[in-house]
Design a protein around this ligand. Sequence first.
Ligand code: AMP
Length: 299
Amino acid sequence: MSLLVVGSVALDSVKTPAGEVTDALGGSATYFSMAARLFSAVSVVGVVGQDFPEEHIGLLKSHGIDVSGIQFAEGKTFRWAGAYDGDMSVAETLDTQLNVFADFDPQLSSEAKETEFLFLANIHPSLQRRVLEQVTGAKLTFCDTMNLWIETQLDEVKALLEGVTGIILNDQEGRMLTGEANLVRAGRTIIDMGPRLVVIKKGEHGALLISEDDVIPLPAYPLSEVVDPTGAGDSFAGGLMGYLAESGEASLDTLKAAVAHGIVTSSFCCEAFSLDRLKDVSRNDIDSRLRLFRDKLVF
Ligand code: AMP
């Protein structure tokens, strides 16, 4: 089934205890699509500047990702710089340069408007809403957000939540959005804001899937070495939504399996900087790691 993502396509400069990279390929939509392509066809809507290396577009294309919705605009590509310390659970944002994103007005093609599955990856919530308003009959729409928007654009974030089926966010964002320290209560409070599904990511502690009637916990896939967690959240969302698009439905069992696919997909992302590991991952790699993951959970 068709899957569309709108989000950032970026050049990231990242420092972790394992090393650093400058102006490496990144962005929420980039990580999402590189993960989702393992399960389903995926199209990206975004914008880059004239300085964006052609080879990065080539990399996405060579993985079967539809890049026809990526515009080349006058100006420089969105840039994000971040650093991680200690257990690397939280990124410290050192710099955000919106550049071409400042004037981005996403216009979906008629085909894109008919997408069945939509992911509004992390960009300004008003841009997320503009895309949501253009999509006519999506079966499932999920969004992401971040602390920056919760702090500075809370009304926009809340307006967005009224129109989506689900949200995928991390524990810190869930607490910030709701004022609830307890994540189950935070999830329920978010459900009261509009979405019927909430997925709360807890980094190395896994994720919670929360619906009106259920709370389902899943652990993370245990990794002994994390090189760079950038994009883990987006590749989690890509694995989750890619799997849903492949399945074509969203029963509770399918949602549970989708979260497990998100967890396993994102574990690969953390093993190298940028897209360096994720680009070489195959469906077989996912399935083998998923089998190990499932075996660890059975008791
Ligand atoms: P995550 O999956 O949360 O680690 O997302 C990391 C990606 O989000 C990086 O590749 C950044 O380029 C991108 N990013 C960071 N801040 C923003 C922002 N304010 N708007 C859009 N994308 C962002």
